[in-house]
Design a protein around this ligand. Structure first.
Ligand code: AGP
Length: 613
């Protein structure tokens, strides 16, 4: 998820672009850049910097070319590490056009080779530079608009673009497919941005582009056309009355609830990136050399902290069952001090959203030092753990601003599911037929997640009855024992109530003493190998007057009768159920926190990334 801005009008563009990028920094912040017309000369002025926007602003100190047109970008890296070369805007080889992009061009490698055969030289690792040069290629014999159309018709993937040409400085070309882009309509000026946040201080008249429409934006006019037919398209201008803070959260009251609702699209993006044309699992960051080493692996350790540790526990079950490898999930702070016995046949998987967690970083270094192979499952491209591990796979969850991890967690689970299938493919422990069935099940998850999240109102109603409680118990078995731990962690970290996650089979070894009419127990009981055992646990709790909220599979009448309240997930493969069962728990924790007037996005005593021991 990156931030794009554009401006054309009668004011100086640079201050408007920089101001817009500041409003979009929450969408990505590993590098930034702008491009505008270089004075009256038919050339472009482009400045880009790695790191936070402040560094770009330093470079732009004192610059005011009085350019009335420009584009800008703040990056969340997906292809290519954060660096000045990889920062946007990207130009074509001639330097006549500049492009900013949000999204993924899936066929960029093929197109890059084609352009290189035509003699095009590239200066970055990005897919965006390929798009810029493809437009530049057609620009030799066509107008900017036509060159843009011809190029984009050849791109596969999902993206939003804004293009600027030094030779046609009276217009900007805009386009979207899946990734958002909107226009702010002014008087004698027009604005472009990835979302409305940067536009609202200039105008509240907004046009939201629809998929596969492109726009020719001049200072007094906006013409929208269908990419395929070139037919003009009419789009209504809407009036947005959000304030800026609401706009950054997409109209949601907090980043956390926005990120909870982003999970279906995050899962969809994770799945799209993991399947090749033949329908096999692949990771663009794992080389054939890496595959050889992975094939040799005999033991797996999944090492991480907090929510990422719960993901590691699920990964542990997955890899044991499908890749038939002994796997052990452990917390980084223990692993790094237990003097683990490791060698080159061991794979240590570091799971981390930030890629900067001190304990996980130390664990990775310890594993490397003992000769094990290290593989990072990480969200932030170019983070320390991503750079120092032997191999890396990205979860592509986009920036997660809320301290309480939600979409990063389900993205970790989806990535670990694909990694498990990838290892099973390499080791031949899964048949083609079984692989196909599992992939078909994974493809259903985004829609299933959307369905689960539709229970938000019912979950809010439940939270209203329970938000005054100070004690919560979560229990689960098998794949959903980690879900019980994760649900408890979500609740405690944002509501400050005591919440305990427990293996349900352990109830009779102590925790059942907690049960009386005051105790609320959240029970993970989707259809599974241990379903009947979970029902016995629930019966034991009922027999002692405990209150039960069950998370079950749709249509489970037996469970409905036993539980005081029930929230359901669609039927899914047991191994993937944690991706869905966690969703009601995230919403439950969020609603309880809101009723308790907690600082949901920045809970007390916590940081988004624990970079100290
Ligand atoms: C989860 O909601 C917490 N924010 C915390 O437990 C977090 O998962 C943990 O600190 C690990 O962070 P990482 O994934 O960035 O390594």
């Amino acid at each position: 998820m990156c931030g794009i801005v554009g401006y054309i009008g009668s004011r100086s563009a640079i201050p408007i672009l920089v101001n817009g990028l500041e409003r979009l920094e929450y969408r990505g912040y590993d590098s930034a850049g702008i491009a505008c017309l270089n004075g009256q000369r038919e050339s472009l002025f482009v400045v880009k910097e790695q790191g936070k926007l402040a560094r770009l602003k330093e470079q732009l100190q004192g610059f005011d070319l009085h350019s009335r047109i420009g584009i800008g970008h703040t990056r969340w890296a997906t292809h290519g590490v954060p660096s000045r070369d990889n920062a946007h805007p990207h130009q074509d080889a001639s330097g006549r056009i500049a492009l900013v992009h949000n999204g993924i061009i899936e066929n960029y490698a093929v197109l890059k080779k084609e352009l290189q055969r035509k003699g095009v030289k590239f200066h970055s690792e990005t897919d965006t530079e390929v798009a810029a040069n493809l437009i530049g290629h057609y620009y030799k014999n066509h107008s900017l608009e036509e060159a843009f159309r011809k190029a984009v018709l050849r791109l596969e993937g999902f993206f939003a673009f804004v293009v600027l040409s030094a030779e046609e400085p009276e217009k900007l070309i805009v386009f979207r497919r899946s990734n958002p882009l909107c226009l702010g309509i002014g008087e004698g000026e027009n604005f472009i941005a990835s979302d409305v946040t940067p536009l609202l201080e200039y105008t509240r008249r907004i046009i939201y582009l629809e998929d596969d429409e492109y726009g020719v934006v001049s200072r007094d006019k906006v013409v929208l056309r269908s990419l395929k037919t070139r037919k003009t398209v009419k789009r209504a201008t809407v009036h947005i009355d959000w304030d800026i803070s609401q706009a950054e959260k997409g109209g949601y009251p907090h980043f956390m609830i926005k990120e909870i609702h982003e999970q279906p699209q995050v899962l969809s993006a994770a799945i799209q990136k993991r399947l090749n044309r033949r329908g096999n699992v692949y990771f663009d960051t794992l080389s054939p050399g890496m595959d050889k080493k992975l094939k040799r692996i005999k033991n797996i350790y999944l090492v991480s902290c907090g929510t990422a540790y719960h993901a590691g526990m699920v990964g542990n079950y997955m890899m044991g069952k499908y890749a038939r490898l002994p796997a052990e999930a452990t917390v980084s702070s223990e692993f790094r001090y237990e003097d683990p016995i490791l060698n080159k046949d061991d794979l240590v998987i570091l799971i981390t959203q930030s890629g900067e967690t001190a304990d996980t970083l130390a664990a990775m270094r310890e594993a490397k030092q003992k000769g094990a192979m290290t593989l990072a499952v990480v969200n932030v491209v170019g983070s320390t753990i991503a750079r120092e591990s032997d191999a890396v796979v990205y979860t592509h969850a986009g920036p997660e601003i809320g301290v309480a991890s939600t979409k990063a967690y389900t993205a970790q689970l989806a990535t670990l599911a694909f990694l498990t299938l990838y290892l099973a493919q390499l080791k031949g422990t899964i048949t083609k037929k079984e692989l196909k069935r599992m992939i078909a099940e994974l493809r259903k998850l985004p829609a299933a997640a959307r369905k689960v999240l539709k229970q938000e109102a019912a979950i809010e109603k439940s939270a209203r009855q329970h938000y005054h409680r100070r004690n919560f118990l979560y229990i689960g078995r098998g794949y959903n024992f980690p879900t019980a731990l994760e649900g408890a962690l979500k609740l405690k970290e944002i509501t400050y109530a005591h919440a305990h996650g427990y293996a349900a089979g352990e109830m009779k070894h102590g925790p059942i003493a907690l049960i009386d009419h005051e105790q609320l127990v959240i029970c993970m009981a989707p259809r599974s190998r241990t379903y009947e055992k979970m029902l016995s646990n629930i019966e034991e709790i009922r027999a002692r007057d405990g209150m039960i909220i069950a998370i079950g599979t749709e249509g489970d009448k037996r469970l409905e009768k036993l539980a005081d309240e029930i929230f359901c997930i669609p039927k899914t493969e047991e191994v993937f159920s944690p991706i869905l069962t966690v969703l009601p728990l995230q919403l439950f924790a969020y609603k309880i926190a809101v009723f308790n007037k907690r600082d949901v996005d920045q809970p007390r005593n916590l940081a988004k990334s624990v970079t100290v021991e």
